[in-house]
Design a protein around this ligand. Sequence first.
Ligand code: NAG
Ligand code: NAG
Ligand code: NAG
Ligand code: NAG
Ligand code: NAG
Ligand code: NAG
Ligand code: NAG
Ligand code: NAG
Ligand code: NAG
Ligand code: NAG
Length: 308
Amino acid sequence: MMCLPACPPALALRTCLGLGLFVLLCLGIGQALENKVVKSKVGEKVSLPCCHEIPSSESLHNYRVYWQKNITDVVLAYPEENMIFQHERYQNRTEMDPWNLTLWISPVEILDNGSYQCVVQRNSVLVCRESVILFVTADFSKPNITAEVSADSCELTEMVITCSSHGGFPKPKISGALNNMSLEWNASWVSESSLSPYNVTGKLVLNVTKDVNITCSVEYSGFAKSTSLPLKKTNNCIVPPVRPPFNVITASIIIVVTFIVAITLAARYLPRHVCSHCCKRQDSVEEAVKEYTKAPMSSKVTAETSSV
Ligand SMILES: *[C@@H]1O[C@H](CO)[C@@H](O)[C@H](O)[C@H]1NC(C)=O
Ligand SMILES: *[C@@H]1O[C@H](CO)[C@@H](O)[C@H](O)[C@H]1NC(C)=O
Ligand SMILES: *[C@@H]1O[C@H](CO)[C@@H](O)[C@H](O)[C@H]1NC(C)=O
Ligand SMILES: *[C@@H]1O[C@H](CO)[C@@H](O)[C@H](O)[C@H]1NC(C)=O
Ligand SMILES: *[C@@H]1O[C@H](CO)[C@@H](O)[C@H](O)[C@H]1NC(C)=O
Ligand SMILES: *[C@@H]1O[C@H](CO)[C@@H](O)[C@H](O)[C@H]1NC(C)=O
Ligand SMILES: *[C@@H]1O[C@H](CO)[C@@H](O)[C@H](O)[C@H]1NC(C)=O
Ligand SMILES: *[C@@H]1O[C@H](CO)[C@@H](O)[C@H](O)[C@H]1NC(C)=O
Ligand SMILES: *[C@@H]1O[C@H](CO)[C@@H](O)[C@H](O)[C@H]1NC(C)=O
Ligand SMILES: *[C@@H]1O[C@H](CO)[C@@H](O)[C@H](O)[C@H]1NC(C)=O
């Protein structure tokens, strides 16, 4: 019971460790209370709830309130003369609601991320003690996707895709999709420290065989930013000059051969029927023989020229 007035929580914890009773008592209360979680973005104003509300019949003057971070940093104390050493980072950035003892921090910084404790005493008796976890996030820029053609052929276009986003916190995940099919980026992160903004870059090599949409998403602490880019398969197929002429040649050969066959047949049979009525019999026989010998020779020649 005497531990808290004797031990301003922020700095003097070590001096209190000798008093086993105090540690047991404080831990017992701390474990009974579940941790609350608050999320905030860099630059915003955030409120961290405490565990007690001053009844309207009472005055804050009967109370002592400590807000501390991670056991070691004093964020705020009431009354102010109990403030052993307020951490510099919190000077001029904090306020406390005089009724529900809520701590306001504005503007929030990345370094504010962490676990906070609120300790309330009334007439030197512990009223309550509670932890709140503050998760600080900073927005990433909308991802920038660039595609560079590295190789190009008739069947596929090989592209080097880069997706980048910067200035966010905490360390993000980067994911991708190709027309809803998920894909893996080869990711790299840059940050000055584990409590500084991150830049993230994803790279991959892709064989594009048809027009597709590529999506890049940067996910951090439950938030996500994404961008899509349509990738066009560059159609550089040179029309092959062999195929259509091949068909033309086949067709023309068929036509020529048909024509020759028709002429040969006509030469063989037509003169007999025509000449049997109008010509002399001996002449007609001779002519028919001549035509018969000539026809195969001439058809052979035309067939050769046409196939060349
Ligand atoms: C505390 O009071 C302030 C206004 O006085 C209010 O905005 C805030 O939501 C309250 N917080 C809790 C935890 O009740
Ligand atoms: C307190 O801070 C130290 C160093 O800043 C860190 O190693 C430790 O994990 C923190 N503890 C809690 C409970 O946040
Ligand atoms: C807080 O404000 C006071 C008065 O405006 C100023 O003197 C002091 O330097 C400020 N502290 C910080 C850490 O900015
Ligand atoms: C923010 O603080 C919480 C609570 O201490 C911790 O779990 C989390 O890892 C911290 N986040 C970062 C990025 O350090
Ligand atoms: C995207 O990245 C390219 C190459 O790094 C750059 O030229 C371009 O300005 C960037 N676009 C945006 C919107 O940042
Ligand atoms: C991709 O998925 C989204 C939602 O998951 C859906 O709305 C959209 O129609 C899908 N697109 C294609 C091309 O499948
Ligand atoms: C990812 O990138 C690194 C550095 O650019 C490279 O060494 C590594 O081979 C790449 N991994 C894959 C799977 O492409
Ligand atoms: C992150 O990217 C921004 C903008 O591109 C740049 O100004 C900054 O220096 C980068 N940060 C790091 C740690 O590389
Ligand atoms: C893309 O196609 C080229 C040529 O077929 C092959 O060498 C390469 O490995 C392929 N790359 C990927 C990422 O599939
Ligand atoms: C890509 O997305 C755009 C709009 O987001 C849509 O109009 C187009 O049909 C998509 N293309 C493919 C190949 O999915």
